[in-house]
Design a protein around this ligand. Structure first.
Ligand code: NAP
Length: 253
């Protein structure tokens, strides 16, 4: 990684779903820039391993189990963060699920519920829990997707939940101003476990690369850099915005 700054010295950042992939990359970046980072995911083993990897890099880290659908674990995430660090400066809502590849009209009600719950509702509930502890100058970032703009076949309902995050960003930016800024990152394709069905097959991967102007997939570091910018004081006059980080893939004008 090229030389990076220390924009988060003295700050406390929570990143959900952060034991691997984009969430881990964001936690690492915020931590390397000086934040105390609170990482979490569903499995204790993953939490312990990721926390250790970050500590080895000199990052101050608290690792907690938090399945975002579990109300008690969401409460613990906030309470234990505040008990240890006394405040919250940054929250990155990064958890998502894509349980099915059916067309929207064939998607079962239980799957529709799960998509809404994990991808949208639990972020709202977590922020309700966190709001009393958010500092003046704090920042919320949602992780949406390029699929938010044109939900693709096979990812259509998932894409629609990501479209909802664009609206949530606008609505909460108004509601939480002026003390808290609310922004969103919309990644293109990044070869993580989540995207493995798309990115491990050579021809699919190549066709995705060709959809970009930069002829490559994104990296977790690309997403982390954009998130860190939005969460930092460098973006202190930016709120209610979505930053598309997709190598020039078609999104919007
Ligand atoms: P990933 O590499 O598969 O990582 C997922 C992380 O989330 C893991 O740490 C996992 O750990 C945790 N997790 C999964 N379900 C969870 C839950 N219910 N509660 C809490 N933690 C949970 O995924 P990713 O590709 O980085 O995706 C992260 C975000 O980026 C998602 O919002 C996704 O929609 C978005 N995104 C990804 C891409 C892409 O191409 N990769 C593109 C656009 C948007 P455990 O298994 O221990 O829970």
């Amino acid at each position: 990684m090229e030389k990076i700054g220390r924009r988060f010295e003295g700050k406390v950042a929570i990143v959900t779903a952060s034991t691997q992939g984009i969430g881990y990359g964001i936690a690492e970046r915020l931590g390397l820039e000086g934040a105390a980072v609170v990482i979490s995911s569903r499995r204790q083993k993953n939490v312990d391993e990721a926390a250790e990897k970050l500590r080895v890099k000199g990052i101050e880290v608290l690792g907690l189990v938090c399945h975002v659908s579990n109300a008690q674990q969401r409460k613990d995430l906030i309470e234990k963060t505040v008990a240890k660090y006394g405040k919250i400066d940054v929250i990155v809502c990064n958890a998502a699920a894509n349980p099915a590849v059916d067309g929207i009209l064939e998607t079962k009600e239980s799957v529709l519920d799960k998509l809404w719950e994990i991808n949208v509702k639990t972020s709202v509930l977590l922020l309700q829990e966190a709001a009393p502890h958010l500092q003046k100058g704090s920042s919320v970032i949602f992780v949406s997707s390029i699929a938010a703009y044109q939900p693709p076949q096979g990812l259509a309902m998932y894409g629609v939940t990501k479209t909802a995050l664009l609206g949530l960003t606008k609505a909460l930016a108004a509601e939480m101003a002026p003390d808290t800024r609310v922004n969103c990152v919309a990644p293109g394709f990044v070869p993580t476990h989540f995207a493995s069905s798309l990115t491990t097959d050579e021809s699919t991967r190549k066709s995705l690369e060709e959809k970009t102007l930069l002829n490559r997939l994104g990296t977790t570091q690309d997403m982390a850099a954009a998130t860190a910018y939005l969460a930092s004081d460098d973006a202190s006059y930016v709120t209610g915005e979505t930053l598309v980080v997709a190598g020039g893939m078609q999104s919007r004008l």
